[in-house]
Every structure is written in C-alpha cells, then in structure tokens.
Write a protein that binds this ligand. Sequence first.
Ligand code: 13P
Ligand code: ZN
Length: 278
Amino acid sequence: MKIAELPFVKEFVRLCSIGDAQGFHERNGGNLSYHMRPTEAKAVRGILGAKKPGPWTDVDPKGDVAVPGLGGEWFLVTGSGKFFRNVAYDTEASVAICELDKEGAHYRVRWGLRDGGRPTSEFSSHLMNLEVKDRLSGGRVRVIYHAHPANLIAMTYVVPLTDRDFTRALWNTMTECPVIFPEGVGVVKWMVPGGREVAVATSKLMETYNNVVWAHHGLFCAADTFDNAMGQMETIEKAAKIVMLVLSSGRKPLTGISSDGFLAIGRMYGGDIPERFL
Ligand code: 13P
Ligand code: ZN
C-alpha cells in the first residue's frame, strides 16, 4: 500500500479539495493538520521501512515553541507556501508527515515535501491547539483547519472584535448555529501571523472554544473528524455571509432569536449555552 492510499491521508486530501472548491484558499492561503493515531503512525513506519528521516528542525523557526504534551507524536500537515488546490494533484509535494521529538520542540519529516520546504508557517498554532485539545478531549480532537473565508473576514471589519459580539451575531443567523457551536467562538485581535505569539493567543482560546476567529485573516477550527472540521468552517462562513447580507441590506433587522430561544436550543440539543453570551 502507498502512503497516499491510507484512509486518513485520503480524508485529509478530500478536505483540501472541498476547501479549495469553496473558495476558502486563495493561492497558499490556509493550512490543515492531523494528529495521527498510533496505529496510523505504525502503518506509515511499516511502509517507509529503512527510508532515512529528514533532519531534526525547530518547530518554530525562532526556536521558542514546544508542545511536550505531544512529544513523540506524528502529524500530517500541509506545507508552507503549498496550494490547497494542488494537494490532490500532487500530494507528496504538498504535504508532510512529521514526527516530533520527545520534548515536542523539534520535528523531522518522514514523508512528503518531496521537492523541499517545511510545514505550514502556522505549525506552532496547529501544534499548540492540538496539544490543548488532546488534553481536554482525551485524544478525541485531532484535526485543526485554518482557512480564509471571505464573509467571516469581512465581518471582522464591522462587528466589534469580542467573543460575545461574534458569538451572538453568528448564533442569531441560523437556528442550527448554537447547536453546532454551543460554546460560541473566540476572537483574536489582529496579530502578525506565524510564530509563537499568535499561537499562544489562539491556543488559550481553544481552552474554551472549538472555533477561533483571526481578525482580518480567517478562522481556526478544531474537530474530531475532517467532516466536522469542514462542517464548522462552512457553517460559520455561511452564518457570516448572512450577517453581511443583513448588514448590506441597509435595513434595521426587525427580528432575531432571543436569549430564551438560545437557552431552549441548548436544552433541546444538550449544548451548554454560556450565561455570558445571553
Ligand atoms: P502557509 O502557506 O505557510 O500555510 O501560510 C498560509 C496562511 O494561511 C498563513 O496564515
Ligand atoms: Zn492564514
């Protein structure tokens, strides 16, 4: 069996193609990571045999990021500067399977990036988010997906950049929203992308949320499956589109979903609607 034929690789590639078709990934915009299960790492090791790994490299080019909670784990991740459009077309050149050292401070490429390169410039955010989610979910949450959906980015120019304002605006667009993200969304104010600072800010919010907005940039989603990661991205972008359509209509909304309505949805679907958003 070839590595590109392994089920988790196929699902990873499929998400990239769907994201591209959705228009979420201009040029090299966005990135995706998957925390591989021990059985999946074992299968890859078996296929690789005696193939020499790449050199150990700092997780963050500045050398100031470590995820000890994920030491020794394996990840499938998109390459920096690689286009989502090309992941299905030439998987081995566009993505990498990386192994972390015991301290979680260095990685080495075991497969992929055939023509050179390194994992996404947001590798620090991906790993720090995965570390938080691994701890909180007992290993259930394994996918981190970052994209640049247009309406959500537009929203970050006209809605106050707070968790409460974004959560309420998005929940209010479609009844399904508080079902899909009952915990709300977090918002990171504009920051320079790549590296530790934005990774620390995002992973702190991932303690509370599964979806974190980056002002004037995009969205990070954390999920247990590729389907759910894409489902969250699509739902939030569609909700943002409705926010922008309503704002663009120039009409003052006549109605919306009440706080009691959100609470009733929480009761019906078992989601805990946080008091601070009501
Ligand atoms: P990479 O090509 O390094 O993944 O960067 C794309 C991006 O979206 C940065 O936030
Ligand atoms: Zn980005």
